[in-house]
Ligand binder design. Sequence first.
Ligand SMILES: Cc1cc2nc3c(=O)[nH]c(=O)nc-3n(C[C@H](O)[C@H](O)[C@H](O)COP(=O)(O)OP(=O)(O)OC[C@H]3O[C@@H](n4cnc5c(N)ncnc54)[C@H](O)[C@@H]3O)c2cc1C
Length: 430
Amino acid sequence: MAWDFETDPEFQRELDWMDDFVREEIEPLDFIIGHPNDFTDPNREKLIAPLQAEVKKRGLWACHLGPDLGGQGYGQLKLGLMNEILGRAKCAPVAFGCQAPDSGNAEILAHYGTGAQKDQYLQPLLDNEICSCYSMTEPQGGADPKVFTCSAELIGDEWVINGEKWFSSNARYASFLIVMAVTDPEAPPYQRMSMFIVPADTPGVEIVRHVAVGYESKGAHAYIRYNDVRVPRDHLLGETGQGFIVAQTRLGGGRIHHAMRTVGKIRRAFDMMCERSLSRETQGEVLAQKQLVQAMIADSWIDIEQFRLFVLRTAWKIDRYKNYKEVRADISAVKAQMPKVYHDVYARALQVHGSLGLSTEMPFAAGVLDSFHMGLADGPTEVHKVTVARQVLGRYQGTEELFPDYHLVRRREQALAKYADLIEQEVAQG
Ligand SMILES: Cc1cc2nc3c(=O)[nH]c(=O)nc-3n(C[C@H](O)[C@H](O)[C@H](O)COP(=O)(O)OP(=O)(O)OC[C@H]3O[C@@H](n4cnc5c(N)ncnc54)[C@H](O)[C@@H]3O)c2cc1C
Protein backbone atom coordinates (compact mmCIF):
# COMPACT_ATOMS: atom_id res chain seq x y z
CA MET A 1 0.00 0.00 0.00
CA ALA A 2 1.88 3.10 -1.18
CA TRP A 3 -0.36 6.15 -1.01
CA ASP A 4 1.83 8.58 0.83
CA PHE A 5 1.55 12.35 0.70
CA GLU A 6 4.54 13.11 2.88
CA THR A 7 8.08 14.18 2.05
CA ASP A 8 10.88 12.21 3.70
CA PRO A 9 12.55 14.25 6.44
CA GLU A 10 15.95 14.29 4.76
CA PHE A 11 14.61 15.86 1.56
CA GLN A 12 12.30 18.12 3.56
CA ARG A 13 15.42 19.61 5.16
CA GLU A 14 16.66 20.54 1.68
CA LEU A 15 13.28 22.06 0.83
CA ASP A 16 13.30 24.07 4.06
CA TRP A 17 16.76 25.34 3.26
CA MET A 18 15.61 26.29 -0.25
CA ASP A 19 12.54 28.03 1.08
CA ASP A 20 14.62 30.27 3.37
CA PHE A 21 17.26 30.84 0.71
CA VAL A 22 14.71 31.89 -1.92
CA ARG A 23 12.86 34.19 0.48
CA GLU A 24 15.92 35.81 1.99
CA GLU A 25 18.48 35.87 -0.80
CA ILE A 26 16.71 35.56 -4.15
CA GLU A 27 13.35 37.32 -3.87
CA PRO A 28 15.07 40.71 -3.30
CA LEU A 29 16.99 40.29 -6.57
CA ASP A 30 13.75 40.44 -8.54
CA PHE A 31 13.68 44.16 -7.68
CA ILE A 32 17.21 44.77 -8.96
CA ILE A 33 17.79 42.49 -11.94
CA GLY A 34 15.76 43.25 -15.06
CA HIS A 35 16.02 39.86 -16.77
CA PRO A 36 17.75 36.87 -15.17
CA ASN A 37 19.33 35.93 -18.51
CA ASP A 38 20.72 39.36 -19.30
CA PHE A 39 24.45 38.64 -19.08
CA THR A 40 25.20 42.27 -19.93
CA ASP A 41 23.68 43.42 -16.63
CA PRO A 42 26.68 43.94 -14.29
CA ASN A 43 24.48 43.31 -11.25
CA ARG A 44 23.70 39.85 -12.51
CA GLU A 45 27.27 38.61 -12.20
CA LYS A 46 27.73 40.32 -8.84
CA LEU A 47 24.52 39.11 -7.29
CA ILE A 48 23.53 35.83 -8.93
CA ALA A 49 26.92 34.14 -9.32
CA PRO A 50 27.59 33.87 -5.54
CA LEU A 51 24.12 32.41 -5.01
CA GLN A 52 24.73 29.86 -7.79
CA ALA A 53 27.97 28.87 -6.04
CA GLU A 54 26.08 28.34 -2.80
CA VAL A 55 23.44 26.20 -4.54
CA LYS A 56 26.18 24.09 -6.14
CA LYS A 57 27.89 23.65 -2.79
CA ARG A 58 24.60 22.46 -1.32
CA GLY A 59 24.28 19.91 -4.15
CA LEU A 60 21.05 21.40 -5.51
CA TRP A 61 22.32 22.65 -8.86
CA ALA A 62 20.51 21.61 -12.08
CA CYS A 63 18.35 19.06 -10.31
CA HIS A 64 16.33 18.38 -13.47
CA LEU A 65 19.38 16.51 -14.84
CA GLY A 66 20.78 13.10 -14.14
CA PRO A 67 24.16 12.68 -12.41
CA ASP A 68 25.89 12.07 -15.76
CA LEU A 69 25.15 15.73 -16.60
CA GLY A 70 26.00 17.19 -13.23
CA GLY A 71 22.52 17.07 -11.69
CA GLN A 72 21.17 15.03 -8.82
CA GLY A 73 18.85 12.76 -10.83
CA TYR A 74 16.11 13.47 -8.31
CA GLY A 75 13.32 12.79 -10.77
CA GLN A 76 10.22 14.87 -11.45
CA LEU A 77 8.44 14.49 -8.13
CA LYS A 78 11.28 15.92 -6.05
CA LEU A 79 11.84 18.49 -8.76
CA GLY A 80 8.16 19.41 -8.48
CA LEU A 81 8.53 20.13 -4.77
CA MET A 82 11.64 22.18 -5.46
CA ASN A 83 10.11 24.09 -8.37
CA GLU A 84 7.16 25.13 -6.20
CA ILE A 85 9.66 27.07 -4.15
CA LEU A 86 11.57 28.39 -7.17
CA GLY A 87 8.34 29.62 -8.78
CA ARG A 88 8.13 32.33 -6.11
CA ALA A 89 10.96 34.40 -7.58
CA LYS A 90 11.88 35.33 -11.17
CA CYS A 91 15.61 34.87 -10.52
CA ALA A 92 15.29 31.61 -8.57
CA PRO A 93 15.39 29.09 -11.47
CA VAL A 94 18.60 30.69 -12.78
CA ALA A 95 20.15 30.59 -9.31
CA PHE A 96 19.40 26.84 -9.21
CA GLY A 97 20.44 26.14 -12.84
CA CYS A 98 17.06 24.87 -14.04
CA GLN A 99 15.58 27.83 -15.96
CA ALA A 100 13.49 27.56 -19.12
CA PRO A 101 14.16 27.32 -22.00
CA ASP A 102 17.74 26.24 -21.18
CA SER A 103 16.62 23.21 -19.19
CA GLY A 104 14.69 21.79 -22.16
CA ASN A 105 17.37 22.73 -24.67
CA ALA A 106 19.96 21.00 -22.49
CA GLU A 107 17.83 17.85 -22.61
CA ILE A 108 17.81 18.01 -26.41
CA LEU A 109 21.58 18.51 -26.60
CA ALA A 110 22.20 15.74 -24.09
CA HIS A 111 20.12 13.32 -26.16
CA TYR A 112 21.07 14.33 -29.68
CA GLY A 113 24.27 16.44 -29.60
CA THR A 114 27.64 15.10 -30.71
CA GLY A 115 30.53 15.00 -28.23
CA ALA A 116 31.94 18.22 -29.66
CA GLN A 117 28.54 19.97 -29.46
CA LYS A 118 28.13 18.91 -25.87
CA ASP A 119 31.51 20.48 -25.09
CA GLN A 120 30.74 23.62 -27.04
CA TYR A 121 27.10 24.25 -26.12
CA LEU A 122 25.82 21.88 -23.47
CA GLN A 123 28.50 22.25 -20.81
CA PRO A 124 28.54 26.07 -20.80
CA LEU A 125 24.74 25.99 -20.80
CA LEU A 126 24.67 23.68 -17.79
CA ASP A 127 27.18 25.91 -16.05
CA ASN A 128 25.02 28.96 -16.92
CA GLU A 129 27.93 30.64 -18.63
CA ILE A 130 25.62 31.13 -21.61
CA CYS A 131 21.89 30.89 -22.27
CA SER A 132 19.87 29.62 -25.22
CA CYS A 133 16.69 30.09 -27.21
CA TYR A 134 14.12 27.73 -28.68
CA SER A 135 12.94 28.99 -32.06
CA MET A 136 9.95 27.10 -33.38
CA THR A 137 6.80 29.25 -33.67
CA GLU A 138 6.29 31.12 -36.96
CA PRO A 139 4.40 34.35 -37.58
CA GLN A 140 1.71 32.66 -39.71
CA GLY A 141 0.72 30.23 -36.96
CA GLY A 142 2.14 28.68 -33.84
CA ALA A 143 -0.53 26.24 -32.77
CA ASP A 144 -0.37 24.36 -36.07
CA PRO A 145 3.20 23.34 -36.93
CA LYS A 146 1.92 21.92 -40.20
CA VAL A 147 1.87 25.47 -41.58
CA PHE A 148 5.53 26.14 -40.76
CA THR A 149 7.62 27.08 -43.79
CA CYS A 150 11.04 28.09 -42.44
CA SER A 151 13.24 25.64 -44.34
CA ALA A 152 16.66 24.02 -44.17
CA GLU A 153 18.34 22.67 -47.25
CA LEU A 154 21.51 20.58 -47.29
CA ILE A 155 23.91 22.24 -49.74
CA GLY A 156 27.30 20.58 -49.79
CA ASP A 157 28.32 20.11 -46.20
CA GLU A 158 26.11 22.85 -44.81
CA TRP A 159 22.46 23.29 -43.90
CA VAL A 160 21.10 26.54 -45.28
CA ILE A 161 18.18 27.93 -43.28
CA ASN A 162 15.67 30.43 -44.65
CA GLY A 163 12.46 31.73 -43.13
CA GLU A 164 10.92 33.52 -40.16
CA LYS A 165 10.33 32.68 -36.54
CA TRP A 166 8.13 34.47 -34.04
CA PHE A 167 8.24 34.79 -30.25
CA SER A 168 11.64 33.18 -29.85
CA SER A 169 12.07 33.96 -26.15
CA ASN A 170 15.47 35.03 -24.87
CA ALA A 171 16.97 35.30 -28.37
CA ARG A 172 18.49 38.66 -27.45
CA TYR A 173 20.50 37.02 -24.65
CA ALA A 174 21.17 33.63 -26.26
CA SER A 175 24.49 32.28 -27.54
CA PHE A 176 22.72 29.73 -29.71
CA LEU A 177 19.23 28.94 -30.93
CA ILE A 178 17.62 25.58 -31.44
CA VAL A 179 15.64 26.01 -34.65
CA MET A 180 12.95 23.79 -36.11
CA ALA A 181 12.92 23.90 -39.93
CA VAL A 182 11.22 22.08 -42.80
CA THR A 183 13.64 19.65 -44.47
CA ASP A 184 11.16 17.68 -46.55
CA PRO A 185 8.02 19.65 -47.52
CA GLU A 186 6.49 16.60 -49.24
CA ALA A 187 6.80 14.25 -46.26
CA PRO A 188 3.80 13.43 -43.99
CA PRO A 189 3.01 16.41 -41.72
CA TYR A 190 4.97 15.24 -38.68
CA GLN A 191 8.03 14.12 -40.64
CA ARG A 192 8.60 17.35 -42.56
CA MET A 193 10.75 19.09 -39.97
CA SER A 194 14.16 18.75 -38.38
CA MET A 195 15.96 20.47 -35.52
CA PHE A 196 19.19 22.46 -35.76
CA ILE A 197 21.69 24.23 -33.56
CA VAL A 198 22.28 27.75 -34.84
CA PRO A 199 24.96 29.86 -33.12
CA ALA A 200 23.41 33.29 -32.54
CA ASP A 201 26.26 35.11 -34.28
CA THR A 202 25.90 33.16 -37.53
CA PRO A 203 25.66 35.58 -40.48
CA GLY A 204 22.06 35.93 -41.67
CA VAL A 205 20.39 35.67 -38.23
CA GLU A 206 18.41 38.90 -38.33
CA ILE A 207 16.39 40.04 -35.33
CA VAL A 208 13.53 41.98 -36.89
CA ARG A 209 12.45 43.22 -33.46
CA HIS A 210 12.15 42.18 -29.83
CA VAL A 211 8.50 41.82 -28.91
CA ALA A 212 7.40 42.52 -25.34
CA VAL A 213 4.39 41.01 -23.60
CA GLY A 214 2.05 43.35 -21.71
CA TYR A 215 3.92 43.47 -18.40
CA GLU A 216 7.48 43.61 -19.77
CA SER A 217 9.38 46.86 -20.15
CA LYS A 218 11.93 45.33 -22.53
CA GLY A 219 10.97 42.88 -25.27
CA ALA A 220 12.42 39.43 -24.79
CA HIS A 221 10.58 37.51 -27.52
CA ALA A 222 12.27 37.90 -30.86
CA TYR A 223 10.77 38.09 -34.31
CA ILE A 224 13.65 36.55 -36.28
CA ARG A 225 14.43 36.25 -39.95
CA TYR A 226 16.87 33.54 -41.02
CA ASN A 227 18.46 34.70 -44.28
CA ASP A 228 20.64 32.01 -45.89
CA VAL A 229 21.91 31.02 -42.48
CA ARG A 230 24.59 28.34 -42.92
CA VAL A 231 25.42 25.81 -40.23
CA PRO A 232 27.66 22.72 -40.52
CA ARG A 233 25.99 19.45 -41.46
CA ASP A 234 26.44 18.00 -37.95
CA HIS A 235 24.35 20.84 -36.44
CA LEU A 236 21.28 18.75 -37.23
CA LEU A 237 19.94 17.31 -33.96
CA GLY A 238 18.57 13.79 -34.36
CA GLU A 239 17.73 12.45 -37.81
CA THR A 240 16.25 14.45 -40.68
CA GLY A 241 12.46 14.48 -40.32
CA GLN A 242 12.66 13.85 -36.57
CA GLY A 243 12.00 17.45 -35.50
CA PHE A 244 8.79 16.59 -33.66
CA ILE A 245 10.34 13.67 -31.84
CA VAL A 246 13.24 15.87 -30.77
CA ALA A 247 10.77 18.61 -29.72
CA GLN A 248 8.93 16.18 -27.48
CA THR A 249 12.17 15.60 -25.58
CA ARG A 250 11.86 19.13 -24.27
CA LEU A 251 8.18 19.93 -24.34
CA GLY A 252 6.94 17.21 -21.97
CA GLY A 253 9.37 18.29 -19.28
CA GLY A 254 8.98 21.99 -20.08
CA ARG A 255 5.22 21.90 -19.60
CA ILE A 256 5.26 20.14 -16.28
CA HIS A 257 8.10 22.33 -15.00
CA HIS A 258 6.08 25.47 -15.82
CA ALA A 259 3.18 23.97 -13.89
CA MET A 260 5.39 23.22 -10.87
CA ARG A 261 6.65 26.79 -10.78
CA THR A 262 3.12 28.10 -11.24
CA VAL A 263 2.14 26.38 -7.98
CA GLY A 264 4.73 28.57 -6.26
CA LYS A 265 3.52 31.71 -7.99
CA ILE A 266 -0.12 31.21 -7.07
CA ARG A 267 0.66 30.25 -3.48
CA ARG A 268 2.47 33.55 -3.17
CA ALA A 269 -0.55 35.52 -4.39
CA PHE A 270 -2.74 33.48 -2.05
CA ASP A 271 -0.54 34.35 0.95
CA MET A 272 -0.89 38.03 0.05
CA MET A 273 -4.66 37.73 -0.34
CA CYS A 274 -4.92 36.14 3.12
CA GLU A 275 -2.75 38.77 4.78
CA ARG A 276 -4.75 41.58 3.20
CA SER A 277 -8.08 39.99 4.13
CA LEU A 278 -7.01 39.84 7.75
CA SER A 279 -5.70 43.41 7.75
CA ARG A 280 -8.01 45.65 5.71
CA GLU A 281 -11.15 46.83 7.45
CA THR A 282 -14.31 48.06 5.86
CA GLN A 283 -17.66 48.79 7.50
CA GLY A 284 -16.35 47.89 10.90
CA GLU A 285 -14.82 44.49 10.19
CA VAL A 286 -11.86 42.99 8.38
CA LEU A 287 -12.39 41.70 4.85
CA ALA A 288 -11.81 38.15 6.12
CA GLN A 289 -15.16 38.39 7.88
CA LYS A 290 -17.10 39.09 4.69
CA GLN A 291 -18.60 35.91 3.35
CA LEU A 292 -17.97 36.81 -0.28
CA VAL A 293 -14.30 37.36 0.52
CA GLN A 294 -14.28 34.06 2.40
CA ALA A 295 -15.65 32.45 -0.75
CA MET A 296 -12.72 33.87 -2.74
CA ILE A 297 -10.27 32.53 -0.16
CA ALA A 298 -11.93 29.12 -0.08
CA ASP A 299 -12.19 28.83 -3.88
CA SER A 300 -8.54 29.82 -4.26
CA TRP A 301 -7.33 27.36 -1.64
CA ILE A 302 -9.36 24.55 -3.21
CA ASP A 303 -8.07 25.43 -6.70
CA ILE A 304 -4.45 25.53 -5.52
CA GLU A 305 -4.60 22.29 -3.55
CA GLN A 306 -6.28 20.42 -6.42
CA PHE A 307 -3.85 21.77 -8.98
CA ARG A 308 -0.81 21.07 -6.81
CA LEU A 309 -1.81 17.46 -6.21
CA PHE A 310 -2.47 16.97 -9.91
CA VAL A 311 0.95 18.41 -10.79
CA LEU A 312 2.68 16.21 -8.22
CA ARG A 313 0.84 13.09 -9.30
CA THR A 314 1.75 13.78 -12.91
CA ALA A 315 5.39 14.23 -11.87
CA TRP A 316 5.19 10.95 -9.96
CA LYS A 317 3.74 9.22 -13.02
CA ILE A 318 6.60 10.51 -15.21
CA ASP A 319 9.09 9.04 -12.72
CA ARG A 320 7.11 5.83 -12.58
CA TYR A 321 6.72 5.26 -16.32
CA LYS A 322 10.01 6.96 -17.28
CA ASN A 323 8.31 8.19 -20.38
CA TYR A 324 6.39 11.37 -21.22
CA LYS A 325 4.25 9.56 -23.79
CA GLU A 326 2.54 7.33 -21.22
CA VAL A 327 1.61 10.44 -19.23
CA ARG A 328 0.56 12.58 -22.16
CA ALA A 329 -3.05 13.09 -21.08
CA ASP A 330 -1.97 14.08 -17.58
CA ILE A 331 0.65 16.55 -18.81
CA SER A 332 -1.79 18.14 -21.24
CA ALA A 333 -4.47 18.28 -18.54
CA VAL A 334 -2.11 20.00 -16.12
CA LYS A 335 -1.06 22.38 -18.89
CA ALA A 336 -4.71 23.16 -19.67
CA GLN A 337 -5.62 23.67 -16.01
CA MET A 338 -2.62 25.87 -15.24
CA PRO A 339 -3.67 29.19 -16.87
CA LYS A 340 -7.13 29.05 -15.31
CA VAL A 341 -5.94 28.44 -11.75
CA TYR A 342 -3.19 31.01 -12.19
CA HIS A 343 -5.61 33.56 -13.62
CA ASP A 344 -8.38 32.97 -11.09
CA VAL A 345 -6.19 33.15 -7.99
CA TYR A 346 -4.38 36.28 -9.18
CA ALA A 347 -7.66 37.91 -10.22
CA ARG A 348 -9.18 37.24 -6.80
CA ALA A 349 -6.04 38.47 -5.03
CA LEU A 350 -6.19 41.63 -7.16
CA GLN A 351 -9.86 42.17 -6.32
CA VAL A 352 -9.33 41.73 -2.59
CA HIS A 353 -6.58 44.39 -2.73
CA GLY A 354 -8.91 46.86 -4.51
CA SER A 355 -7.24 49.76 -6.34
CA LEU A 356 -3.89 48.84 -4.82
CA GLY A 357 -4.28 45.40 -6.36
CA LEU A 358 -4.76 46.78 -9.84
CA SER A 359 -1.78 49.11 -9.57
CA THR A 360 1.74 48.36 -10.74
CA GLU A 361 2.71 48.53 -7.07
CA MET A 362 1.44 44.99 -6.66
CA PRO A 363 2.18 41.90 -8.80
CA PHE A 364 -1.42 40.88 -9.51
CA ALA A 365 -2.15 42.62 -12.81
CA ALA A 366 1.11 41.25 -14.23
CA GLY A 367 0.19 37.81 -12.88
CA VAL A 368 -3.24 37.89 -14.53
CA LEU A 369 -1.53 38.70 -17.85
CA ASP A 370 1.17 36.12 -17.29
CA SER A 371 -1.55 33.48 -16.88
CA PHE A 372 -2.17 33.96 -20.62
CA HIS A 373 1.51 33.26 -21.24
CA MET A 374 0.93 29.87 -19.58
CA GLY A 375 -2.12 29.31 -21.75
CA LEU A 376 -0.14 29.91 -24.96
CA ALA A 377 3.53 28.99 -24.64
CA ASP A 378 4.17 25.30 -25.37
CA GLY A 379 0.79 25.11 -27.10
CA PRO A 380 -2.59 26.81 -26.48
CA THR A 381 -4.98 25.42 -23.90
CA GLU A 382 -7.48 24.43 -26.58
CA VAL A 383 -4.96 22.14 -28.27
CA HIS A 384 -4.11 20.51 -24.95
CA LYS A 385 -7.76 19.96 -24.18
CA VAL A 386 -8.10 18.21 -27.54
CA THR A 387 -5.17 15.97 -26.55
CA VAL A 388 -6.78 15.18 -23.20
CA ALA A 389 -10.11 14.40 -24.82
CA ARG A 390 -8.53 12.16 -27.48
CA GLN A 391 -6.42 10.27 -24.97
CA VAL A 392 -9.27 9.80 -22.56
CA LEU A 393 -11.79 8.86 -25.26
CA GLY A 394 -9.28 6.26 -26.47
CA ARG A 395 -10.03 4.35 -23.28
CA TYR A 396 -13.73 4.05 -24.18
CA GLN A 397 -15.79 2.63 -26.99
CA GLY A 398 -19.26 3.39 -28.35
CA THR A 399 -22.17 1.03 -28.73
CA GLU A 400 -24.11 0.08 -31.83
CA GLU A 401 -27.31 -0.36 -29.79
CA LEU A 402 -30.08 2.20 -30.16
CA PHE A 403 -30.03 3.00 -26.44
CA PRO A 404 -26.80 3.38 -24.49
CA ASP A 405 -25.19 0.53 -22.55
CA TYR A 406 -25.95 2.30 -19.30
CA HIS A 407 -29.62 2.97 -20.18
CA LEU A 408 -31.40 2.34 -16.89
CA VAL A 409 -34.17 0.27 -18.50
CA ARG A 410 -31.59 -2.01 -20.02
CA ARG A 411 -29.52 -2.22 -16.83
CA ARG A 412 -32.64 -3.12 -14.89
CA GLU A 413 -33.51 -5.87 -17.35
CA GLN A 414 -29.97 -7.20 -17.11
CA ALA A 415 -30.08 -7.12 -13.31
CA LEU A 416 -33.38 -8.97 -13.22
CA ALA A 417 -32.10 -11.60 -15.62
CA LYS A 418 -28.91 -12.07 -13.56
CA TYR A 419 -30.72 -12.61 -10.25
CA ALA A 420 -33.96 -14.12 -11.61
CA ASP A 421 -33.56 -17.33 -9.61
CA LEU A 422 -32.98 -15.56 -6.34
CA ILE A 423 -35.51 -12.75 -6.15
CA GLU A 424 -39.25 -12.61 -5.64
CA GLN A 425 -40.92 -12.05 -8.97
CA GLU A 426 -43.27 -9.46 -7.42
CA VAL A 427 -40.41 -7.32 -6.10
CA ALA A 428 -38.71 -7.64 -9.38
CA GLN A 429 -41.72 -6.44 -11.27
CA GLY A 430 -42.62 -3.76 -8.70
C1 LIG B 1 5.26 34.54 -23.47
C2 LIG B 1 5.41 33.58 -24.62
C3 LIG B 1 6.64 32.98 -24.83
C4 LIG B 1 6.82 32.13 -25.93
N1 LIG B 1 8.05 31.59 -26.16
C5 LIG B 1 8.26 30.85 -27.26
C6 LIG B 1 9.57 30.37 -27.57
O1 LIG B 1 10.52 30.58 -26.82
N2 LIG B 1 9.76 29.69 -28.73
C7 LIG B 1 8.74 29.43 -29.59
O2 LIG B 1 8.97 28.80 -30.61
N3 LIG B 1 7.47 29.88 -29.33
C8 LIG B 1 7.21 30.59 -28.19
N4 LIG B 1 5.96 31.08 -27.93
C9 LIG B 1 4.90 30.88 -28.91
C10 LIG B 1 3.84 29.88 -28.50
O3 LIG B 1 4.33 28.57 -28.64
C11 LIG B 1 2.65 30.17 -29.41
O4 LIG B 1 2.08 31.41 -28.96
C12 LIG B 1 1.57 29.11 -29.37
O5 LIG B 1 2.02 27.91 -29.93
C13 LIG B 1 0.32 29.58 -30.13
O6 LIG B 1 0.65 30.02 -31.40
P1 LIG B 1 0.14 31.47 -31.90
O7 LIG B 1 0.52 32.46 -30.86
O8 LIG B 1 0.62 31.68 -33.27
O9 LIG B 1 -1.43 31.36 -31.88
P2 LIG B 1 -2.36 30.79 -33.03
O10 LIG B 1 -1.78 29.54 -33.59
O11 LIG B 1 -2.66 31.90 -33.96
O12 LIG B 1 -3.65 30.44 -32.19
C14 LIG B 1 -4.44 31.51 -31.67
C15 LIG B 1 -5.58 30.94 -30.87
O13 LIG B 1 -6.40 30.12 -31.70
C16 LIG B 1 -7.01 29.13 -30.91
N5 LIG B 1 -6.64 27.81 -31.42
C17 LIG B 1 -5.48 27.46 -32.02
N6 LIG B 1 -5.50 26.15 -32.32
C18 LIG B 1 -6.68 25.66 -31.93
C19 LIG B 1 -7.31 24.38 -31.99
N7 LIG B 1 -6.67 23.33 -32.52
N8 LIG B 1 -8.55 24.25 -31.49
C20 LIG B 1 -9.19 25.34 -30.96
N9 LIG B 1 -8.66 26.55 -30.89
C21 LIG B 1 -7.42 26.72 -31.36
C22 LIG B 1 -6.47 29.32 -29.48
O14 LIG B 1 -7.37 30.12 -28.75
C23 LIG B 1 -5.18 30.04 -29.73
O15 LIG B 1 -4.72 30.76 -28.60
C24 LIG B 1 5.73 31.87 -26.80
C25 LIG B 1 4.49 32.47 -26.57
C26 LIG B 1 4.33 33.31 -25.48
C27 LIG B 1 2.99 33.95 -25.27
